[in-house]
Write a protein that binds this ligand. Structure first.
Ligand SMILES: Nc1ncnc2c1ncn2[C@@H]1O[C@H](COP(=O)(O)OP(=O)(O)OP(=O)(O)O)[C@@H](O)[C@H]1O
Ligand SMILES: [Mg+2]
Length: 284
């Protein structure tokens, strides 16, 4: 399988702040790759270097076979971008903004189809300044898709979305993936990463501290949590031998003729594992 993105030992400082201290990873063609990490970890810096919007200090990068540092036109034609902060012309309508973006590409998609895809048909003729926060974010997503890109960068694409809108954005990302597009995503929603990403990298203070499929990351901890209430008090047992511990617990309760109130057995989620990974040394 070919790689859409290859990053080797990427470094970037802003004055004295080391935003990226030697980051390496690959993104396979057709993969949804999620970059996770706390505020200030270096996600946007990474994404914007890959997009060609920021300069790196050092490291080798290939995006669809190009070096984004050279800002090649061919790369712009094949990538779609949702920035973390976007500013669309407030006085244009949703349709006009899409038409403007379509003008940048040799073979754009049908704009009404894209507007439909992001769920803004009813706001087609509304001016951007009248849109809600979530609707503006949908507009950003639409403009990223107008050029029918092979590779889509999404920097926190669903921040501010209501739960239903988030689900429909997920469906859209899945349908892009099923068309063979490559998607590079950053998010603070761990359920989003778990749902969508084939692989995730966790960035902490400019370094990758974990990389793999969500299942692999969760698999690293063998811990299982067994919870119940005893006389109203919550009892939490953590174990890597859930069968034995559960057996002992239930045997004792049966012998004493007690019910284990609110008994629950749970495996850690990606969020639990993530929180452990980024716990320290904390933000700068
Ligand atoms: N233009 C800039 N000038 C100076 N420092 C910057 C600049 N952009 C980012 N930084 C610093 O680099 C570090 C990484 O920032 P970055 O925006 O890449 O983080 P992030 O992971 O995207 O965070 P968030 O989750 O808040 O979006 C932070 O310490 C930030 O303060
Ligand atoms: Mg960011």
């Amino acid at each position: 399988m070919s790689n859409a993105i290859v990053v080797r030992d990427l470094r970037k400082s802003y004055g004295g702040v080391h935003a990226l201290s030697g980051v390496s990873f690959e993104v396979a063609t057709g993969e949804v790759f999620g970059l996770l990490g706390p505020n200030g970890a270096g996600k946007t810096t990474t994404v914007e270097i890959l997009e060609g919007y920021r300069r790196r200090d050092s490291g080798d990068i290939s995006v669809l076979g190009h070096d984004p540092g050279d800002s090649p036109r061919a790369l712009r034609e094949q990538t779609g971008v949702v920035l973390q902060q976007s500013e669309n012309t407030p006085l244009l309508t949703v349709r006009e903004v899409h038409r403007q973006f379509a003008g940048y590409f040799a073979q754009p998609r049908d704009i009404d189809e894209v507007i439909e895809l992001v769920g803004l048909t009813h706001k087609r003729d509304a001016r951007v300044r009248t849109l809600s926060g979530g609707q503006k974010r949908r507009l950003d997503l639409g403009t990223a898709l107008v050029g029918d890109p092979e590779l889509v960068f999404l920097d926190e694409p669903t921040t501010g979305f209501d739960p239903a809108a988030r689900r429909s954005a997920w469906d859209m990302i899945r349908s892009l993936r099923s068309l063979g597009k490559t998607i590079f995503l950053t998010t603070h929603y761990l359920d989003e990463a778990q749902q969508l990403a084939d692989r995730v990298a966790v960035l902490r203070a400019g370094e990758i501290v974990a990389l793999g499929t969500p299942a692999e990351l969760i698999g690293v901890t063998r811990r299982t949590e067994i919870r119940h209430r005893l006389d109203g008090e919550l009892v939490v047992l953590e174990t890597d031998e859930p069968t034995r511990v559960l057996h002992e617990l239930t045997t004792r309760a049966l012998a004493e003729g007690r019910e284990l109130e609110q008994l629950e057995v749970r495996r850690p989620s990606l969020e639990d594992v993530y929180l452990e990974l980024v716990e320290e040394p904390g933000e700068r």
